[in-house]
Design a protein around this ligand. Structure first.
Ligand SMILES: [Zn+2]
Length: 348
């Protein structure tokens, strides 16, 4: 009898331990044939992690999406309960109905609030879809401006007009005088949620989202552990800003706080330090070469990321070259931020 009675206690003790990983992100390596197109009809959206009894993470299938082979799309988070659903990011437009279906597998509550952490389509692609479900969309003003007036495409032409239904309507700004201060705080479903606008880092419109009770911060894409760092400079990002973003996390996160990147594995703040050290090292080495008058091709050929390849999952040539080119452009003649965008030099 005593042994039987102990079992439910053991189970509830285990259930109390969050985060719970249900589907780990893939490790690769992944390769795709030339001309491969993402088969959206085969990509599923599932609950991959639980952060608390009513705070779940959604992410896509592994091995199908060449932009994010470790798990398609960018993580979305869903806080749910009697006060309705608060979503962080939306996944891609092509899988909007699957994302909603995944949410409906655990809650019937109305979709009320959506916050966009940054503009990339794997995070905002289904904005219009979820706005039609009832979501009011929150973001930094820079993100709204980027969406209304996107940077020119690589061929110099303007992209398609934005879908106005998906444009954020509740906007706020980063205040450099008060880094880490929430612009908006929600009290919903027993949780306190802070929208914290970030300095230009992954883009010029980044927001991190802190869930105080669960002790979780969604840190979006200025940190990544699948592929090399990506500062989207055309959309206002900055490699040096990513250093500032990491330093802010060091200040506002506890040692046990779960950090949820948009891609890759969940981390704690100590895991950000080797990544920060790599950024500092590469910035210094590229600056030295650029100061010596070396061309972008010379700097790429120097293979400066070699010491990090062993410990960097998803270290494709494309990912390395993009990173080194970003740093090359940033250490000298870095274009200023204008309306959330920068006019970056073109490299063929
Ligand atoms: Zn991104």
């Amino acid at each position: 009898m005593a042994a039987l009675a102990a079992i439910p206690m053991l189970l509830s003790a285990q259930q109390a331990e969050y985060p719970v990983t249900i589907i780990p992100t893939g490790k690769g390596p992944y390769t795709f044939p030339p001309g491969y197109q993402t088969p959206w009809d085969r990509i599923e959206i599932a609950v991959t992690e639980k952060m608390s009894p009513n705070l779940f993470v959604l992410h896509g299938s592994q091995g199908l999406d060449p932009a994010h082979p470790d798990a398609s799309g960018g993580r979305a988070m869903v806080l749910f309960g009697p006060d309705g659903v608060l979503m962080v990011d939306t996944e891609n437009r092509q899988v909007a109905d699957k994302t909603l279906k995944a949410i409906r597998s655990f809650t019937d509550a109305p979709i009320k609030v959506l916050v966009n952490t940054h503009i990339h389509p794997d995070h905002t692609g289904a904005n219009a879809f979820f706005a039609r479900q009832g979501a009011v969309i929150f973001s930094q003003e820079n993100l709204r401006t980027e969406m209304l007036h996107p940077p020119l495409r690589a061929d110099g032409q303007a992209g398609p007009a934005p879908d106005m239904a998906g444009i954020p309507v509740a906007i706020y700004n980063h205040n450099p005088a008060a880094p880490g201060s929430p612009a908006v705080t929600f009290t919903m479903n027993g949780e306190t949620v802070d929208l914290i606008p970030m300095m230009p880092s992954h883009t010029a419109g980044d927001t991190i989202v802190r869930f105080r009770k669960a002790d979780v911060i969604y840190i979006e894409d200025f940190y990544r552990n699948f592929g090399y760092p990506f500062a989207d400079q055309a959309n206002g990002g900055s490699v040096k800003g990513m250093l500032d973003a990491i330093d802010l996390i060091e200040k506002i996160a506890g040692s046990g706080t779960t950090l949820v990147p948009g891609h890759g594995t969940l981390v704690k703040k100590g895991d950000l330090l080797p990544y920060r050290a790599m950024l500092v090292d590469i910035l210094a080495k590229v600056k030295t070469l650029r100061d010596q008058g070396r061309s972008p091709q010379d700097v790429l050929a120097a293979n400066l990321t070699a010491p990090y390849d062993k410990t960097t999952q998803g270290d494709t040539q494309q990912s390395k070259d993009r990173f080194i080119t970003e740093v090359y452009d940033e250490v000298k003649d870095f274009p200023p931020l204008v309306d959330g965008k920068r006019t970056m030099p073109r490299h063929q």
